[in-house]
Write a protein that binds this ligand. Structure first.
Ligand SMILES: NC(=O)c1ccc[n+]([C@@H]2O[C@H](COP(=O)([O-])OP(=O)(O)OC[C@H]3O[C@@H](n4cnc5c(N)ncnc54)[C@H](OP(=O)(O)O)[C@@H]3O)[C@@H](O)[C@H]2O)c1
Length: 253
């Protein structure tokens, strides 16, 4: 089975690894490999693929920018998957389409992306996960302000990216029977607790109480999964000890 993974960085690499465990022939595409999903012809770039995994991303909180990026990415990759007769597997986020979190522009963009994917991709699976363990460091990088980094108050059920990649690879190999699957980690934590547990943060984390109804929704668990979600370990502290060696799990609940 030939799989085109579109998206670089940590998530693209994890998905490629997981697909290779299944013996898939995998090609990764992103700007780093010379493929720009906003400009280049996806049909010729992805020719021969049986599965197209869409794991592109943009770091923005602007609804306009997020919607522009995610819908253009999906318009290109969904159309290409359709023309190639390929299964389109879209990586998304648990509860990102819920009305109470649409004030977060990034989620408004993901909502528009999911809607468009359903309209244009006849063979589609949306794989939604909660925030990854890796998100704690991603947030510190993305929310850096000089020597500080802002940490939005949010209550989540984080999951290891490798567990998401494994489940996504299973979906890619199984084919498009399920229109969507949802994945979450085994415990509830705050992003602040996760950040505090990271060794060598390289920055000074500062709590950011997100104002208004969006902030209340984030704090009160609007991103927590429904009861029937597929739960995948490990726990954050165990993952941290293995991946980063010197976990301080004393702050974790
Ligand atoms: N972070 C989380 O906790 C989490 C949880 C659940 C779901 N997700 C979803 O998973 C997806 C990937 O998330 P992520 O955090 O890995 O995203 P990301 O780091 O923002 O972006 C992933 C990759 O997209 C590629 N990319 C960006 N613009 C591109 C373009 N114009 N053409 C081709 N490739 C482009 C980049 O590689 P190049 O720089 O090489 O182009 C980048 O490494 C997103 O849709 C996100 O919403 C994330």
């Amino acid at each position: 089975m030939r799989v085109a993974v579109v998206g670089g960085g940590v998530s693209g690499a994890a998905i490629v690894r997981a697909l290779r465990v299944h013996g898939c022939e995998v090609a990764q595409h992103s700007r780093a490999t010379g493929f720009d999903v906003l400009r280049d012809d996806a049909v010729s770039a992805l020719a021969g693929a049986d599965v197209v995994v869409e794991a592109t991303g943009v770091a923005t909180t602007s609804s306009r920018r997020a919607t522009d990026f995610f819908t253009r990415s999906t318009r290109s990759l969904g159309a290409a998957a359709g023309q190639l007769g390929a299964h389109h597997v879209l990586l998304s986020i648990v509860n990102c389409t819920h009305s109470e979190v649409q004030g977060y522009g990034y989620f408004a963009g993901k909502t528009a992306q999911e809607r468009l994917a359903r309209q244009i991709s006849p063979r589609l699976t949306i794989v939604r996960s909660t925030q990854w363990f890796e998100f704690a460091r991603q947030n510190l990088r993305r929310m850096a302000v000089g020597p500080f980094a802002l940490v939005p108050a949010m209550t989540i059920a984080p999951i290891a990216l490798d567990a998401v990649a494994t489940a996504l690879a299973d979906v890619a190999v199984a084919g498009p029977e399920a229109p969507e699957i949802e994945l979450a980690g085994p415990e509830t934590l705050t992003l602040w607790e996760m950040t505090q547990a990271l060794p060598e943060r390289g920055t000074v984390p500062v709590p950011l109480p997100v104002p208004g109804s969006l902030g209340r929704a984030f704090r009160r668990g609007a991103l927590l999964p429904a009861a029937d979600v597929r739960v995948r370990g490990p726990r954050f502290a165990d993952w941290l000890a293995r991946v980063e060696g010197t976990a301080d799990s004393s702050t974790l609940g």
